[in-house]
Design a protein around this ligand. Sequence first.
Ligand code: TXA
Ligand code: MG
Length: 320
Amino acid sequence: MKPILDKKYIKNALKKAKIILHKGELVIFPTETVYGIGANATNPIAIERIYRIKKRPHNNPLICHFQNLQKIQNHFEMNEVANKLAEYFWPGPLTLILKKKSSSTICTNVSNNKELVGCRIPNNPIANEILKSVPFPIAAPSANMSTKLSPTNIKHLDNKLRDKVFFIDGGDSHFGLESTVINVSSNDPTILRYGSVTIEQLKKIVPEIYFFNKKNNNQLSPGQQIKHYSPNIPLRINVKKVFEGEALLNFGKNNLKSKIFELNLSPSCDLNEAGKNLYNYLHLLDKNEYKGIAVAPIPNYDLGKTINDRLNRAIANDSS
Ligand code: TXA
Ligand code: MG
């Protein structure tokens, strides 16, 4: 087996990725959050391929990835709050929803025919090299089938994606949870999705920021309402007891026990470690031989908020 991050492997893979992206086809690549499945954001046919292969509804817009701030400014309006957040968190796991300039060449199917597009500058050497090698931004959702768990390692890829799409193996994702999505297009900055940047970190830079409440606005972030991030077997969260036949996803030290199999997100109660392990462990526990996965309570602050958000959406029933 090739060693992970072998220089020659990466060099050849980057060369190939560039050619594939230029042809309007798809590439799966690592970012610091999760793996993305990317295409030329200025080519509507390429973008359509992403929706089709992921079975993703068209009303769930894609995030565009850029090499640097200048390239974002070529396509988007940036207000004061956007500039502040960009300066502090980019490159990194933050997505800003920005208003397109009329001159932008980003195609409309990236964002459900709307003017607002999610943008970020990733912080991963492979992602950054890819973005440097092509003259266009790359639209890339997480590289999972719609509603399923995001991959944080090539091993997590769905067989269909693995067989059909060229991928670059960049090892384990650094954060293991997706980017935090913030709407900065109005004067009222709101968090649309909890992610790898915590609300506590954000409030230090923009104290007035708050979490978007579904009741306030149903339209802006359709991806927020649907069942998402779910394993194939049943999941129970905040459990006080593990049932017969269930595997356990534990956190910290407690009396919970599974007779079958268990993993601990962080025995020392470190939420960063838990965030990094979450999808990997859910992937490992998602086996038909288990009746389900019982998840221990996770504290609801810092990255714990993001972890609880993902767990709650994994158990949601609605798939609208
Ligand atoms: O960390 C990440 O964000 C990863 C890596 C690959 O960058 N990408 C990712 O993309 O998680 P995706 O498509 O799985 O999630 C994007 C989220 C969705 O919840 C979507 O609704 C929201 O961002 N979003 C994207 N564009 C938007 C827009 N124009 N308006 C509102 N929400 C948007
Ligand atoms: Mg996703």
